[in-house]
Design a protein around this ligand. Sequence first.
Ligand code: HEC
Length: 93
Amino acid sequence: MGDPAAGADAIEAYGCGACHRIPGIRRADSLVAPPLEGWGHRTFIAGTLANDLENLVRWIRDPDSVEPGTAMPDLGVTDADARDIAAYLLSLR
Ligand code: HEC
């Protein structure tokens, strides 16, 4: 299990908000990429993977392995940070 509060800090540190609108994260108001509002209700990640913790960690750490050629970059997120970030996103209702 990840820690959602630590995940919020990690989201800010990795700069996910440069592309995504993410509730509760300072300056995360970009619409370059899909907004992540209500993420806990979403069924799919990038339209392909079932939206659960393990798959979300995989997407955050290596999006290209899920969807080759995707515009979502590999930001070098550690496994522990990805777990915290995933826990935060899945807590969004
Ligand atoms: C340079 C811009 C950019 C940055 C920075 C970025 N992303 Fe993304 N992200 C994208 C794009 C573009 C997509 C859509 C990819 C696709 O569907 O192929 C995406 C998709 C996603 C999705 C799936 C969205 C959906 O509607 O299915 C999630 C979740 C996500 N990003 C989380 C993150 C997290 C967490 C971070 C920070 C660690 C991050 N992103 C950083 C561009 C970015």
